[in-house]
Every structure is written in structure tokens, then in C-alpha cells.
Design a protein around this ligand. Sequence first.
Ligand code: GTP
Ligand code: MG
Length: 195
Amino acid sequence: MIIKNVELETVCGITSKLPDNQLCEIAFAGKSNVGKSSLINGLVNRKALARTSSQPGKTQTINFYNVNKELYFVDLPGYGYANVSLKVKEQWGKMIERYLHESQVLKAVFLLIDIRHEPSANDVNMYQWILANGYEPIIIATKADKIKRSQLQKHIKMIKTELNVVPGTKVLTFSALTKQGKDEILDLIEEIVEE
Ligand code: GTP
Ligand code: MG
């Protein structure tokens, strides 16, 4: 898939009405700081279209990026961010849940997991949600540049084991630094959109 143009079209906060989009949506979910916004920037070749930060909790709204007037990339707030109040955490959780349940055009939820770390209970829940709702399970192991190439397979295996993945679950790797894995992810997105 070749990205010709991309623009941030809609920003939704906790009380916002969700957009009634007509194009399909691919959402990026995962723990705070895992690299969701960086992945979107990497895929669309823009350094800072989606705002990123070394501090977790950067993305606090649901951001819809119109790609090629063909589909949306949906940047979600991260879950599991310890540094906000329980009330805010709950509100973000509800906002994400509301979006995932209400979207009429959601085609896939990519679950991002830091390749270095064991998936959290929230990651397991998100994975189970993806399966239970009939979406194709796709995991992106992020920050692949942080480990040696020789260690990649070991870490992928660890993620698969901890998530207790079902056969057929795709696990792709990505690095926002080296862009490794980018073409495979774009090819997969193209396949999904054309389905
Ligand atoms: P929230 O919006 O807080 O949920 O975080 P996020 O998942 O959108 O993460 P974000 O893209 O903001 O990245 C978090 C931090 O990780 C930033 O400092 C990024 O530069 C860094 N980062 C993201 N992806 C990679 C990667 O592939 N490699 C390395 N080395 N750092 C990365
Ligand atoms: Mg973000």
C-alpha cells in the first residue's frame, strides 16, 4: 500500500460523539508508551503527525487519521498508565471500549506489545476481546531495535506463550527507528482493506 496523503480528521475526547465514518478503520491498541503513535507516523512517513512522548499517557483522545481517502488509522490512548487517577483511567478505558463496540466500520484492531516485555493482564484482555469479537488477531511487537536480531524469535515466542495465542495469530515486528517491518504491516493493511 502506498500512502499518498494523510490528515488528522477527527479528535474525540471522553464526552465526544464518535464519528460516523464511511471508510473502514484500523485501530492501534496497546499499553501506554508501547509505540502506537510512533507506528502510525512510521507507516505514513511523517515524523510528528501523531504526537509521541517518552512519557506514557501522551495520547489522551481517539484520533482518526484519514489515509488516502481510503481508510482511517485510529490512534487510541494507551491503557495501563499508572500515573493518572483511577477516575481518569476508568474514563479512558470506557472511551476506548465505547469506540471498539460502537464503530460500524472497524475492520481490525492491531494489538501492540513491546517486544522486550511480557504482555500485561490488560494485553491479554485486549487479545481476548479481539478474538471474542471475531476480528483477525494481529499483534505488532514494537521497538524491535531494542533487542538483538538473534533474540527476536525468542521474544516473539514469549509473547505468543504469555498471550496464549490461537493458531493463525499473526505476530509482526516493527521498529520506528529502523522502520523494519513497515512494508509487511502496510501489505497486511492493504489485504485487510481489500477483503
Ligand atoms: P501513549 O500515547 O502514551 O499511549 O503512547 P504510544 O503508545 O502512542 O507511544 P509513543 O508512540 O508516544 O512512543 C512512546 C515512546 O517510545 C517515545 O519516546 C518513542 O520515541 C519511543 N518509541 C516508539 N517506538 C519506538 C521504536 O520502535 N523504537 C524505539 N527505540 N523507541 C520507540
Ligand atoms: Mg500515543
